[in-house]
Design a protein around this ligand. Structure first.
Ligand code: NAD
Length: 453
């Protein structure tokens, strides 16, 4: 089987010969530090559940100031500005009232960093516009949904010399970062495989008339069969495998189950007069991607938001000396391990002592602030704090445009593979050969936040 796999994958990987050449004026953004910013001035685009939820975290980070807020719904921009004033912060400029209002924000001279938290369909155009406006850009998941768009964001970042990255908060999860440190310290031996994903029963929210604005997220399920949003679980596995930092994704093959969950939920819970009854759901409930790497590792990335089940990002990593599994009911951290030579007897051990020993410096340093200031157990604030710190200190970002493009590529590649009977398709090398060199990323060395005065 493995011989067949290798041959098929090699054939598919050959297609990466199609990597477009860099145009003149374009240079790699690998290891490019931010220029130093005394204060990081932030402009927010999209102030719904996520954008509004991240507002107080941005405002709380030392050295950050929110100078601009934008939403197509002007009342949301005003509410965000009012909230900042309530928090004792300066009133930001409000942009809103039209789909194009964000274009003024990205051109404004008092913004260094644009944060985009609009529906998926706007990320590419808004992210690109922010780069062209001379801003660094943090984009919610995914940065784009088509391969040509991912390439264009890479190219635009390389031309404008500004960073664009995925706001992958789960990369900063405490378990994920401890797992990363353990991987880099060799506790799993040679890493051979990992699994991650996004398994979140969103059915009630998808059919809510008030949660997702204009039900944008449900509508994606009427358009294509794709792994829309596996990044939360995929990115931490990619980091542990040094993807684009010593290894790279080479091929992807996908499977999808039949779409059953949303229609079944609608049948049981949604009145026949509801507009959703005009919709047909085509995305498979469980979409699985198997991604192979240049070093022969396999990653399984899953996406399911339409089936009844407790939440999980899977988050499991294994190698020649041991295995970690998250989201299992063992101990306080929810994780379990089995590591040679310490463990034997085919029985799992609690992850808690390992998490304590391999706790990432970011959590030791700002874990308490994170717990007070942010959602998702504090990892949102750790991400915000770290970005602002990197911009102020003039550091290289932990997550760059190449990481982001690789983690989001399964969205279009799963469509390609599924439309081709699940055959492997080549994953582009967005680094154009720069992937092979080992370099630090999320597993960073401790640095201090520069003083605020
Ligand atoms: N990282 C995480 O943990 C996390 C959590 C939740 C959501 N998200 C992501 O955040 C993004 C937003 O999701 P949400 O749940 O907040 O959706 P939402 O519908 O609550 O919010 C989207 C907002 O964007 C605004 N908007 C739409 N078009 C716009 C435009 N052209 N210009 C300016 N504003 C515009 C809408 O009016 C709305 O206020 C999505 O990408 C989602 O996947 C990430």
């Amino acid at each position: 089987t493995s011989a067949t796999t290798t041959t098929t994958s090699a054939a598919a990987a050959d297609q990466t010969a199609a990597t477009p050449a860099r145009r003149s004026g374009q240079r790699s953004m690998i290891d490019v530090p931010f220029t130093q910013h005394q204060t990081v001035r932030i402009g927010l685009i999209g102030l719904g559940n996520r954008g509004a939820g991240m507002l107080s975290g941005w405002a709380a980070v030392p050295g950050a100031v929110v100078t601009a807020v934008c939403d197509i719904r002007a009342d949301r921009a005003k509410a965000a500005a009012d909230r900042l004033v309530q928090l004792g912060k300066p009133r930001p400029t409000e942009y809103g009232g039209s789909a194009a209002a964000y274009k003024e924000l990205v051109r404004s001279s008092d913004v260094d960093l644009v944060y985009i938290a609009t529906p998926w369909e706007f990320h590419y155009e808004q992210g690109k516009a922010a780069l062209l406006g001379g801003k660094h850009v943090g984009v919610e998941l995914p940065i784009a949904t088509e391969l040509n768009e991912l390439w264009d964001l890479v190219d635009t970042s390389e031309r404008t010399r500004k960073h664009l990255w995925l706001m992958e908060n789960c990369s900063y999860g405490r378990n994920e970062l401890a797992m990363l440190k353990m991987a880099h310290e060799g506790l799993f031996g040679e890493i051979t495989n990992g699994h991650g994903g996004y398994l979140h029963d969103l059915r009630e929210l998808l059919f809510s008339d008030t949660y997702y604005t204009d039900a944008w997220r449900r509508k994606w399920h009427t358009r294509s069969t794709a792994s829309f949003y596996a990044m939360h679980g995929l990115a931490p596995i990619a980091a542990a495998m040094d993807i684009n930092r010593g290894d790279r994704f080479t091929t992807l093959r996908a499977t999808a189950t039949a779409p059953r969950g949303l229609a079944d939920y609608r049948e049981r819970h949604i009145p026949k007069t509801h507009p959703s009854w005009n919709e047909t759901y085509v995305n498979g409930d469980l979409v699985t991607c198997l991604i192979e790497t240049a070093k022969g590792r396999i990653v399984r990335a899953e996406h399911d938001v339409s089936s009844p089940r407790p939440y999980s990002r899977i988050n499991s990593l294994a190698g020649s000396r041991g295995i970690f599994e998250d989201y299992v009911p063992v101990g306080s951290t929810g994780g379990r391990v089995y590591l040679e030579p310490d463990h034997g007897g085919h029985s799992w051990r609690d992850f808690a002592p390992y998490r304590a020993e391999y706790d990432h410096w970011l959590w030791k340093k700002i874990g308490d602030d994170a717990a007070n200031n942010g959602g998702h157990g504090g990892m949102d604030y750790v991400l915000q704090w770290r970005i602002v710190q990197q911009m102020r200190a003039g550091l290289v970002p932990d997550i760059d445009v190449y990481d982001s493009a690789a983690w989001c590529a399964p969205v279009p590649l799963s469509v390609q593979s599924l439309s081709n009977d699940g055959r492997p398709v080549a994953v582009p090398d967005f680094t154009r050969g720069g992937w092979a060199e080992l370099r630090l990323g999320l597993d960073s060395r401790e640095t201090d936040m520069p003083p605020t005065s």
